[in-house]
Structure formats: structure tokens, C-alpha cells
Design a protein around this ligand. Structure first.
Ligand code: NDP
Length: 438
């Protein structure tokens, strides 16, 4: 394990690979892959390996079934984006002042995600249930929608880059000079537009909200086509909707997460939330929409229990850390006073600040223990897809790679930020994600 980790560190330190080659490949390959997810489900019977084989054996035949963007999809996406903007702007909510950025700026957000989420689900569910709208159409025309949103998102990434060059948002905005990296990673940390934080709008109100709405539409699609909802689809949908509900309850915590505090707003985050989340994250539901599977009562109950327990563990772990900081350590963790590392760090403006690192409770077990529950969750809502094809598990595999990489990146970031204090924390909590294993 040690030599594997030092290999990973060497790769991370390789600027050409990490800074240009991998980002360029991701910029080129990821957009068509997102469209391939729905092509797989609609034209290859859910068999991703067969779709990939066709890509290499007969690209022309694959191209023939590849959907094109459409003005109909532009209208649907425009209406959806406008509705989410209105909910974000108009619903009442507490103002949340986030932590300092590396350059000493302090972004603010409005916390009205739970209300927006409930309204979204109520609208989609009631429109589908009463027959006012046919949510199943979203499944039928999802290829068009994904092809269109990919084009819009890529244009947005370029616009954001140009905006940073011409009118940077604040001192956290910076162009590195490596165009591939700047497009991939982004150049602005907290861009704003029309009075809203683009990160809150795109990540939370478009990406996460669309995830919920889309899996609900896919459930309707299955029920319409197969005369009812399979219990596998019902369990998977319930776990995903519960997880996304937890996300909105915890929205303030998200504003202290890596996506917001560290990652800039380029292809990775902006395109990722607009295109990758609604395609790869929804893939288990997309797959099941045309392949209903009923589980035994025991299997369905076990999967549901795994999902609910994982949501609870994930929420509790993130909450422990937030509570400790919010109370300046004057709280209890698992019934005992918290074990803390009193860390210091310096922002780009030269000022020194204090922060608490929790080293007990969940955070005494592993430094990214929240990722373990995240992986268990992903497994829970994918298992109802069965084992005939790998397709329902693409998200689990992707998430494992993402979270191992993210844990490593976060360790490097925290070491740079907290120095010896982070080393002290790592000595107290030696495991990264899985206690006693990794
Ligand atoms: P975290 O929310 O775990 O944030 C990491 C940051 O927390 C560190 O950079 C550090 O920031 C602070 N921190 C680290 N250790 C401690 C500690 N012991 N005590 C207090 N603060 C600490 O990371 P993510 O943003 O990756 O995850 C946020 C949530 O999103 C999690 O629930 C995760 O499971 C989920 N997630 C979901 C993904 C998905 O695609 N489904 C992908 C990634 C995450 P600082 O000290 O600067 O505040």
C-alpha cells in the first residue's frame, strides 16, 4: 500500500500528465461519453460494453444512433434553468456567510434549497401522476437533451474563461497561462451572475436538482412502459431522493466542501454538474427504466436499509465536523468532549487565522470517512440494477476513482494549508477512507 501511495504521489507531481494530458483527454472524451450512456440504454439493451465495442468496431453504426441536439431541448433546458433561477432568487432563506477563501474573500449564499427541492419534486410528481405532463418523454428524448446540454455547458466554460480574462470576479480569480488547464480546472473560484453565485446555481440548483427530477422522470417512464414500478426501481429512487434531500438540508455544509472552497469553476465543476451528474449519476435509473427488476422482499429491504443507514452516517459525519467548528469545540462527539487539533494557517493576504481539526468521532476513524458512506450509498442505489451488465455500476466505479483521487488531493491541499498541524492530525488518524484498511 505504501509503495502504491508513493507511486500515486509521483503521478500527481507530474505537471504535464496532471496539468495537460489527462485534462485534455477528459475535455475531449467526457462529453460524448455522457451521451453514450443513454445510447447504451436505448440502442444496446443497457450493455455498455457492447456500445463501447461498437465504437471501436463500427463507429459509423454507432454514429447513426447518436442523438443530435435540438431546439426543443434548448426550450426545455431554458425553461428548467429559468424556473430554478426563480426559485433560488425568490424563495426566502437565511443568508450564509462562508469561510474565507485563500485570498481572504468571503462569499455569501442564500439557504433555501430544501424549499426549492420540495417544490421541484411536488411539481414533477403531481404533473406526472395527474397526466398533466408525461415525464416519460424525458427518457425518450434524453439523448437530445444530453447532446444539447453538452453544447451549452461547453460554451459556458469558454465564456467563463473569457470573462475571467476580461473582468475577473475578485482576487481569487487567476489565469495560469496553460489554456487546457484553465479550461478544465477553471479560473474563477466564486463567479457571480445576475445576483447569484454561479456555483450555488449550477452545482446545487441545476446539477443536484436535475438529478432528482430526472430519476423521478425515469421512474415514471418505467411505470408507463411496463405497467407499474418495479420494487427495485422504487428502492433505488427512494434512496437517491433521500440522499439529495440530505444534500439540501446540508447545503450550508456544501459551501465549505472542496467543490466550493478549492475547485475553480471550469469544465470539471461547471460541465460536471450540468452534464456528468445528470447522465452518469442517473445511469442506474436510466438502465432500470427499460429493464425493470423486482427484488425479493428481503433483498429490497436490505438494500433500502443499507441506503438509509449510509445517508444517516454521511450526514452525521459531515455534521460532526461542522458542529465542532460552529461551537468552537464546545460540544460533544459521540458523548465525549471532542479531540481537537488547534490549527493555524495564513491566507494570501498574509493574515493568520485559526481553525479546528476534529480528531475523534467519525473523524478519528479515517480522514475522509464520509467518502466510505458515500460509496456504500452509491452501491445501494445501483444494486437493484442486478448483475447482467456492468452499466448500473459505472457510477460506483467512477465514484471510487474520484474519491480516492479527491482524498489524495485534499490531503495535499490541507498539508499545504496547515503544515505541521495537518501532519499532527495524520499521525493521530492514519487511515484515509476505510478505517484499518486504507
Ligand atoms: P469534505 O467535506 O470532507 O471537505 C474536506 C475539507 O474539510 C478539508 O479540505 C478541510 O477543509 C476540512 N477538514 C478536513 N478534515 C477535517 C477535520 N478532521 N475536521 C474539520 N475539518 C476538516 O470533502 P468533500 O467536499 O469532498 O465532501 C463533501 C461531501 O460531499 C461529503 O459528504 C462527500 O461524501 C460528498 N461528496 C460527494 C461526491 C459525489 O460525487 N457524490 C463527490 C465528493 C464528495 P478546511 O480545513 O479548509 O475547511
Amino acid at each position: 500500500m505504501t509503495s502504491a501511495m508513493s507511486h500515486v504521489r509521483r503521478v500527481y507531481a507530474h505537471p504535464l500528465l496532471r496539468g495537460t494530458i489527462i485534462p485534455a483527454l477528459l475535455l475531449l472524451c467526457s462529453p460524448p461519453f455522457t451521451v453514450l450512456t443513454i445510447v447504451t440504454c436505448q440502442a444496446f439493451g443497457g450493455d455498455l460494453l457492447a456500445a463501447l465495442a461498437a465504437l471501436f468496431k463500427s463507429p459509423a453504426s454507432l454514429w447513426a444512433v447518436f442523438p443530435s441536439p435540438s431546439w426543443w431541448a434548448v426550450g426545455v433546458l431554458g425553461g428548467y434553468a429559468a424556473a430554478q433561477y426563480a426559485l433560488l432568487k425568490l424563495l426566502p432563506g437565511r443568508k450564509f456567510v462562508a469561510q474565507l477563501t485563500p485570498m481572504g474573500n468571503r462569499p455569501t449564499y442564500v439557504l433555501n434549497g430544501v424549499a426549492a427541492y420540495v417544490i421541484n419534486l411536488a411539481v414533477v410528481f403531481s404533473a406526472g401522476y395527474t397526466g398533466l405532463l408525461q415525464p416519460g418523454v424525458v427518457y425518450d428524448r434524453y439523448g437530445e437533451i444530453l447532446a444539447t446540454v453538452n453544447i451549452i455547458a461547453c460554451i459556458l466554460v469558454v465564456v467563463l474563461y473569457v470573462k475571467c480574462r476580461m473582468a475577473p470576479q475578485n482576487t481569487d480569480s487567476a489565469v495560469t497561462g496553460n489554456l487546457v488547464w484553465d479550461l478544465y480546472w477553471g479560473t474563477e473560484l466564486h463567479p457571480e451572475f445576475a445576483g447569484v453565485s454561479l456555483k450555488q446555481y449550477v452545482n446545487c440548483r441545476l446539477g443536484m436538482m436535475a438529478w432528482a427530477d430526472v430519476v423521478l422522470c425515469f421512474s415514471f417512464a418505467q411505470a408507463e412502459r411496463h405497467g407499474g414500478l418495479s420494487n427495485g426501481m422504487a428502492v433505488s429512487t427512494a434512496i437517491q431522493l433521500l440522499y439529495i434531500y440530505k444534500f439540501f438540508v446540508w447545503e450550508a455544509g456544501y459551501f465549505n466542501s472542496i467543490d466550493i472552497t478549492h475547485d475553480k469553476f471550469g469544465f470539471l465543476i461547471c460541465w460536471g454538474c450540468l452534464c456528468w451528474v445528470p447522465s452518469v449519476y442517473t445511469l442506474p435509473s436510466m438502465y432500470m427504466a427499460s429493464r425493470p427488476m423486482d427484488l425479493s422482499v428481503v433483498a429490497a429491504a436490505s438494500v433500502l436499509a443499507l441506503g438509509v443507514a449510509s445517508v444517516a452516517a454521511n450526514y452525521d459525519a459531515d455534521g460532526q465536523r461542522q458542529r465542532v467548528r460552529a461551537t468552537n469545540g464546545k460540544t460533544t462527539v459521540w458523548g465525549k468532549p471532542p479531540v481537537l487539533v488547534h490549527a493555524k494557517y495564513t491566507t494570501g493576504d498574509g493574515k493568520q487565522h485559526n481553525n479546528l481539526l476534529l480528531a475523534s468521532g467519525w473523524w478519528g476513524r479515517a480522514r475522509h470517512v464520509n467518502y466510505l458512506s458515500e460509496l456504500m450509498l452509491a452501491l445501494a442505489w445501483s444494486l437493484p440494477g442486478g448483475f447482467e451488465h456492468v452499466t448500473p455500476y459505472v457510477y460506483v466505479v467512477f465514484l471510487t476513482v474520484l474519491l480516492v483521487d479527491r482524498a489524495e488531493r485534499d490531503d495535499l491541499r490541507c498539508r499545504a494549508k496547515y503544515g505541521a498541524y495537518w501532519t499532527d492530525y495524520c499521525a493521530r488518524v492514519p487511515y484515509s477512507i476505510v478505517p484499518y484498511v486504507y
